[in-house]
Design a protein around this ligand. Sequence first.
Ligand SMILES: Cc1cc2nc3c(=O)[nH]c(=O)nc-3n(C[C@H](O)[C@H](O)[C@H](O)COP(=O)(O)OP(=O)(O)OC[C@H]3O[C@@H](n4cnc5c(N)ncnc54)[C@H](O)[C@@H]3O)c2cc1C
Length: 426
Amino acid sequence: MSFSYDTLVVGSGPSGIAAAIAAARGKKAVGLVDDNPAPGGQIWRRDLSRPRHPDAEKQLAQLNFTSVDRLQGCRVFDHPANGVLHAECDGVAITLRYKKLILATGARERFLPFPGWTLPNVMGAGALDALVRGGLPIAGKTVVVAGTGPLLLAVAAHLAEHGARIAAVCEQATKGQILPFLTALLGEPAKVKQVLGYRVKIRGANFHTGCWPVAARGGGQIEAVIVSNGRRQWEIACDYLACGFHLIPNVELPVLVGCRLQDGFVAVDDLQRTSVENVFCAGEPTGIGGVDKALIEGEIAGLACAGALDEARHLARHMKSRRRFARAMQKAFALRTELKALASEDTIICRCEDVPFGRLHSCTSWREAKLHTRCGMGPCQGRICGAATAFLFGWGADSVRPPVFPALLSSLVSASQSDDIPTEAQ
Ligand SMILES: Cc1cc2nc3c(=O)[nH]c(=O)nc-3n(C[C@H](O)[C@H](O)[C@H](O)COP(=O)(O)OP(=O)(O)OC[C@H]3O[C@@H](n4cnc5c(N)ncnc54)[C@H](O)[C@@H]3O)c2cc1C
């Protein structure tokens, strides 16, 4: 099965939705593909027990009003040739052809290993939030939220709204590190209001800065987390530990398409053009900067694809302050070196392939670790342990190879036999 578009957008988070709406103004065929069952990405993920955020309502209503062809539940796994992507939808491989491509693939949480981090009920902060939005009952449960980044406060507030008792929020960055970021926030009254709102929702909880988890303890599941502030350690009893160390960009597909990276993010110009002709990138892969940055970048990319260059350039003037905000955030939540010393010899680093920390000492690169220990070779393809080993050992991937997401053997076979792609690419 094959679909052809003038502009194809990958990712239907805030940036992908904004991109598709703007691109559709060019009155050409626009496709929007995403692996989730519904559009919205991370922040606008549907909370089954709450009305949607008004911004999400507005964007989704606008999207419904366009002729954008939406392919939800479809995961792009390969880019065999220019102008062609392969995706898997409900177990069926499809070919997507495009003239212009907007990559809005978002970001994921970074996990760092510490003893006990693989115990049941130790979860990513965003991951626990997503489960609760999907219906996981959290009322009456005691939760510790730990790690780093603005997501911690947002998640803690949301879980408290659902009846969780937030025992503590432990932010590894120090007050001194965060202060310049908070000062930058002062210029944005809406964000200040949002942060204060979160703080009110978790008013009974201890908020510790310069504090990080060193171990999770429990039998069948977590019973307590041990945290440290560098001077002393103490134990906090909990039913759940929601733990994430800020976000890392999903750049695997952009890299496979050939886009140049700069400092780990996709390099773009003022119109969101990447180093590859007719390929644009928007949202978190160009810099972790929150929903406002994602929306503007998506709109700029969509307008540029629709040929509305003046409008796109006009909008691009607002990007300076967004990019400054993203840089301030990156600096504020930089990881402290103590986090490199948390794992013990038997702490699992690659949970797909059960590779403990002790087996990685003798390796000198990510490639060697993969070859000698199978670290990063399991179903997640290093999405979790890759970021951890990059921080722990300074390793990086030499290249990205397809499939960028796990795909059924039948999909790989069908994609390789597709007569939609030029023969030299097969
Ligand atoms: C719980 C939570 C609370 C947050 N709260 C705030 C907040 O209060 N304020 C704020 O500014 N920001 C907040 N954020 C951050 C915010 O979610 C992001 O800044 C924003 O979602 C970025 O939008 P995006 O479109 O770039 O990426 P995303 O929202 O991540 O969307 C990317 C989409 O692309 C899809 N995708 C990726 N690769 C593929 C592929 N190969 N094939 C198909 N689909 C693919 C993903 O599944 C996803 O749906 C929060 C995040 C979380 C998780």
